[in-house]
Design a binder for this molecule. Structure first.
Ligand code: AMP
Ligand code: MG
Length: 410
């Protein structure tokens, strides 16, 4: 059997480097920046007031005190956006708003709260330091400086910076398009009545949701029966719009394992047994004229989910232009005993609990009591896997174990 690590490496090796595209800023949310972004201007672009108040010369208020207030005429009103603010001469002041350009002559802003708020003249009862409440040109970003590096995911903060430096579009790796297809003659669309021997199809919904949470654009194609020609034709249809195809079902040792049957013929997809539980039967390769990557997951829902997190998610990260690192791993105290087959790495669905402030209490992890690869109920609500190494077959309650946290939406 192949090791988990080897299989991850082999899957990643067939993922092509993503190609950058220029996207409008609004479309770029969640995409990964392909090139560094520099600012064409300094930010702020000009000295401006950080408060609503009065622009003054600090020297004029040197002697101001509650007993001997200083009264100055207000010679102008300077709103934000004022293209040519009136200069402040010695012994004068100007009312100024937050973000408005500093008038020449003034070297400080006195917040309105420190004054009587006058409009024709204003009274100050305390001195002010030079530079008070003034935001200097370039104190955030200097012209030409790099504000974002390549490889950064564009979240809210990055969107803000991009707009603030005047970018309308950016070179990014767009969200990869993932096509999800399930196979199985027994499958029925949820919402439709079940016949004997049939089950409602769940994998494609689950995998589509996981791929979307991993930052991809997902098309759930649904499912097809176990007919080789239908599977082949459907894959051909999907390829046109796919950066990667993910299938579930039909890859183990059964007589009707249609995905394996169809794709083994292609010669570009390999089917292997990976030393893990669940998720032993795996397939991966490329198909079609563009050599589109395809990952074929086993049909048992829990196997499909675990395989997605272990193999598909890193591949999707690479397609997004991110480094394909594994899920974050930590150690926690096991609350009940677990077993694991020899020679296979187990991924047990579990609930990880961390004390909200992290320090005093050690995190605990409680494995779900139903660990069968068909037992979906234990997956819902799980936020982590307990990872039992290949050479370990049992772990007692109270052991400190490796836990990987399931991802939050990206
Ligand atoms: P397979 O890998 O196709 O042999 O399927 C293994 C098990 O998973 C069988 O019990 C299937 O009925 C079940 N299964 C396969 N595909 C799905 C699916 N899309 N949704 C729910 N269960 C499935
Ligand atoms: Mg099947």
């Amino acid at each position: 059997m192949k090791s988990v690590e080897q299989h991850i490496a082999d899957v990643l090796a067939l993922i092509p480097d993503p190609v950058p595209t220029e996207l409008d800023l609004l479309q770029a949310h969640g995409a990964v920046l392909a090139e560094a972004v520099t600012s064409p201007v300094s930010l702020p672009g000009f000295d401006n007031s950080s408060m609503d108040g009065y622009a003054v010369r600090a020297a004029d208020l040197e002697s101001a005190s509650p007993d001997h207030p200083v009264r100055l005429p207000v010679v102008a009103d300077i709103p934000a956006g004022d293209p040519s603010p009136t200069a402040v001469l010695p012994g004068r002041s100007a009312r100024i708003m937050t973000g408005a350009p500093m008038p020449s002559g003034a070297d400080a802003v006195v917040p309105v709260e420190w004054t009587d708020g006058g409009t024709a003249s204003v009274t100050f009862d305390r001195p002010v330091k030079e530079g008070n409440a003034v935001r200097r040109a370039g104190d955030d970003v200097t012209a030409g400086a790099t504000v974002l590096r390549p490889g950064v995911r564009i979240g809210p903060g990055e969107m803000g910076v991009l707009a603030a430096v005047g970018r309308r579009s950016v070179p990014v790796y767009a969200r990869p398009r993932v096509m999800v297809l399930s196979t199985g003659e027994e499958l029925v669309e949820p919402g439709r009545p079940l016949g004997p021997g049939q089950i409602w199809e769940s994998n494609s919904f689950m995998i589509a949701a996981a791929a979307r949470d991993a930052g991809c654009e997902v098309h759930r194609h649904g499912f097809v029966g176990d007919h080789p020609q239908t599977v082949r034709d459907t894959l051909d249809d999907l390829l046109v719009r796919a950066d990667i195809v993910v299938t579930t079902g039909g890859v183990s040792m059964g007589a009707h394992d249609v995905v394996k049957e169809v794709l083994t013929r292609e010669g570009t997809v390999e089917f292997v047994q990976v030393a893990m539980q669940p998720g032993k039967p795996q397939g991966f390769g490329v198909i079609g004229p563009d050599r589109t990557p395809i990952i074929t997951l086993p049909g048992n829902p829990v196997s499909a989910f675990v395989s997605f997190q272990v193999f598909v998610r890193p591949a999707l990260r690479r397609l997004r232009g991110l480094d394909p690192r594994p899920l974050p791993s930590m150690r926690a105290l096991l609350t009940s005993p677990v077993t694991s087959p020899p020679g296979r790495r187990s991924f047990l669905r579990a609930v990880l609990e961390e004390s909200p402030y992290g320090r005093d209490a050690e995190p605990t992890v409680s494995p779900a009591s139903h660990q069968g690869s068909h037992q979906l109920s234990a997956l819902a609500g799980a936020n982590a896997f307990v990872v039992v190494p290949e050479e370990v077959t049992e772990l007692a309650a109270g052991s400190r174990v490796e836990v990987v946290r399931l991802p939050e939406p990206a």
